[in-house]
Design a binder for this molecule. Structure first.
Ligand code: GLV
Ligand code: MN
Ligand code: MN
Length: 371
């Protein structure tokens, strides 16, 4: 039987001596909040897709935590949620430089407990702890960083520094036996669709020879997309959604719609993959590199705790990449994924101890960048 994280950690804390209890108390609140977010939308897994009532509910819950932390709550016209330490929000005049930390609250269908949610609850903890900066929860990260891209496109006010804590979603840190990693950059990616038209007909009376079955054609397309990515090293391509029309068990499919997600470490390979597959991306995000004072602050915070420094690239997209491409001094801290690095799945997991350490490092880096 799987014991919910919050209960496990409460039990562990109860067995620890007083001094250690004080050290672990804030992460217990984080784990409880992760549980509360996870419960929204019903199971199995996290179900808070962009635009759903569950995403709204998660934003309302996070807003209540921001208020509890004494932060000034703001929702921008794209639905992104902010919590500012009083005096550090937009329009508050000269003062500490604007530094944001956060992530997103939407999830894929049947997603994990940590993806996005960890970065938001950890941000609240870190900002409350150091008394500086702003928390942000972006909208619709899973469907193409809707909230952060809208903010940038509208010329909204951006921070000088953005720090995002996120679960790694892969096995690199676990394989290296280290709890945390600093992200070097994010792959470029594009999303689009493939539509195949065929001819509907009776499943029983239409001979096999001469059919124009759209789903059979789609099966060939799916393999062609897979082969295109295999032929360009370092790239990936995924068809994750399929809609078959008219959708009757006894009707030959007349139309198939497929989603397409392609990624590559650099623009040349991204363009080559798009061209080989031959589709028009609905949107396209170039690769982003992290550098500057934000990444250095994370490195310093890790070094000051005598942890090994592991730096790694991200194959997943993140709001930090959107802000970095818009000129923000952005950086990301990854916390080790367990369970073989599985993510976008209810089996996504990080340990309580790693989460606690990650929040400490985030708070240190935030304090250093707000100075
Ligand atoms: C976000 O999780 C992505 O699709 O990379
Ligand atoms: Mn995410
Ligand atoms: Mn995700």
């Amino acid at each position: 039987m799987r014991i919910p994280l919050a209960r496990r950690s409460l039990k562990a804390v109860a067995l620890r001596p007083q001094r250690v209890l004080a050290l672990y108390a804030p992460p217990v609140r984080i784990l409880e909040r992760l549980d509360e977010l996870y419960a929204i939308g019903g199971g199995p897994g996290a179900n808070r897709p962009h635009g759903s009532a569950a995403e709204d509910e998660a934003h309302r819950l996070a807003a209540s935590w921001l208020e509890e932390a004494g932060l000034e709550v703001e929702v921008d016209r794209h639905g992104n949620l902010f919590g500012h330490v009083p005096g550090s929000g937009p329009g508050s005049g000269p003062g500490p430089r604007p530094v944001w930390t956060g992530s997103h609250l939407d999830t894929v269908p049947r997603g994990g407990r940590f993806d996005g949610a960890l970065g938001v609850v950890a941000a609240i903890e870190a900002v409350e702890r150091i008394g500086a900066g702003s928390v942000v929860a972006f909208r619709g990260e899973e469907v193409g960083c809707i909230g952060s891209r809208a903010l940038v496109a509208a010329g909204g006010s951006l921070p000088q520094v953005f720090l995002e804590l996120h679960i790694e979603q892969g096995p690199v840190l676990a394989d290296a036996d280290v709890p945390l990693g600093v992200v070097t950059g994010i792959v470029g990616y594009a999303r689009g669709e493939i539509v195949i038209e065929g001819r509907a007909g009776h499943a029983g009376t239409t001979p096999m020879v001469g059919r124009d079955d759209a789903l059979v054609a789609a099966a060939g397309e799916i393999q062609r997309v897979r082969d295109a990515a295999l032929a360009i090293p370092g790239t990936v391509a995924t068809i994750g959604k399929l809609e078959v029309e008219p959708g009757g068990a006894n009707v030959i499919p007349s139309r198939v719609w497929m989603s397409l997600d392609v990624r590559a470490p650099d623009l040349d390979r991204l363009d080559a993959l798009i061209e080989t597959i031959g589709f028009e991306p609905g949107y396209r995000v170039g690769p982003a590199q992290f550098g500057g004072s934000a990444r250095q602050a994370l490195r310093d915070a890790i070094a000051s705790r005598d942890l090994p420094l592991v730096e790694l690239a991200s194959g997943a997209g993140h709001d930090a990449g959107i802000l970095a491409s818009a000129g923000v001094d952005a950086a990301m801290l990854f916390v080790r994924s367990l369970n073989g690095g599985i993510s976008h799945s209810p089996d996504e997991l990080s340990s309580d101890e790693d989460v606690a350490l990650a929040v400490d490092v985030l708070a240190d880096a935030l304090a250093a960048t707000t100075r």
